[in-house]
Write a protein that binds this ligand. Sequence first.
Ligand code: GRF
Length: 194
Amino acid sequence: MKKISIFVSGSGSNFQAIVEAVKKGELEADIALLVCDKLGAYALERAKNEEIPSFVFNAKGYDSKEAYELEILKNLQKHEVDFIVLAGYMRLIGKTLLDQFEGRIINIHPSLLPAFPGKDAIGQALRAKVKVSGVTVHFVDAGMDTGPIIAQKAIEISEQETKESLQTKIHKVEHELYPKVIQQLIKKGITTKK
Ligand code: GRF
């Protein structure tokens, strides 16, 4: 069974959706570790409830990205993690983790990349007044939401759309799409062309 680690910074609703897919047998993976950069994030409570180990760190307590990523790496190795799933992790992955895991790290982003990369993709889409946005799952490289695209789902934006309503639609799509994509990648043997 492949071991995955899910990286989060916030609520962890995608983490929960992945956990539920594993419980239902739709995703054949072992969620070995939650990695979180925010003390007190709700995702940590979710992991505790599910009896999934977590590693939480405060980036400000380290001298550099390399220093905290080395600590993450130690934890990933301890739990024999094969595959990293970013789910609302608000940091760029640095060289330390990329060198070990490039091609085995994926991310989910709330827009149709390459449109609206970076922070507040939902707000960016609304401000641009586009009629369609969506969700993208992609491999992670050193850039901001730039790696090869694996899957996308479009979502229509209505006339009266608000940030909250679009967020709800996006989450619903993410929670269905992400576990499915992870399962497909695991079946195929997870790798990207570099
Ligand atoms: C998701 O919308 C994801 O696309 C983005 O961050 C959000 C995380 O939400 N990268 P949650 O913590 O999984 O609820």
